[in-house]
Structure formats: C-alpha cells, structure tokens
Design a protein. Structure first.
Length: 132
C-alpha cells in the first residue's frame, strides 16, 4: 500500500501479500489511524510513516523492484479498468520494466483508456522514457 499510486483492493492485497482474514483484521486494527480507504481501495495516508518505511526497508533497489513486480503480478489478475492500468503502468515504469510497459501501452484498448485529461501526462512521461 505504500508503493501504490491509488491504493489496492482487499482482494489485490490478499493476492499480493497472502495474508489470512485474521491477519488482515489485526493489521486494520493496528494501523487504522494511518490507513485511508476510498471506493474499496486501501492506501497508507501518513507521509511520515511512508518515508520511514521507505528509508528503513526499501533502500535496496533490487528489493524495491521485487515488490513492484509482485504488485504488477497481483494486479494482472484484476479486471481491466483505468485504475488498474494507472497502477500497472506506474509500477512498470518505476520498476524499469520498459519492454513490458511498451507492450501494455501499445495495446490500443489500453492506450484509449489511458488517454484522458487525467492520465495523458503520465502517458507522455512514459513515452519520453521509452524513446531513450
């Protein structure tokens, strides 16, 4: 939830992390004050917590990439939506998976979904990196 763009659903979190219902309940109880949920998507909303976790646990770029790849894998099983495409393309970009990003953006259905007033600048940023 720390590395996500818009957040993850319960089902996505469960697929990616592999926790039990009891573990989820304990997690929600323990971190209720820093969790944000909107339309079924969960995200950590405390910047101090996010920066601390990044500084302590996510300094190793290989480990960070592994987490992004795990999120990508979990998202692939989610039904197609603009939110899913935003998350996938963002994680592919940040993980440096440019060939997979190019394949994702080259699919006309995906490009049409992402070419809107909210995400067209992300598309531009991705294509600029892919040109290099």
């Amino acid at each position: 939830m720390i590395l996500t763009f818009k957040g993850l659903s319960y089902a996505e979190c469960r697929r990616i992390i592999g926790f039990t219902t009891e573990q989820w309940s304990v997690f929600i109880g323990a971190y209720k004050s820093i969790l944000f949920t909107f339309r079924g998507l969960w995200k950590i909303s405390n910047e101090v917590f996010i920066k601390t976790v990044e500084r302590v646990y996510l300094q190793d770029s290989a480990y960070r990439k592994e987490i992004h790849l795990g999120i990508i894998d979990g998202l692939e099983k989610t039904p197609i939506s603009i939110r899913k495409l935003e998350e996938l393309t963002n994680h592919l970009f940040v993980a440096g998976e440019y060939f997979a990003l190019k394949r994702k953006l080259s699919q006309i259905e995906n490009f049409v979904l992402l070419f809107n007033s909210f995400t067209k600048y992300d598309l531009c940023r991705y294509w600029q990196e892919l040109e290099v």
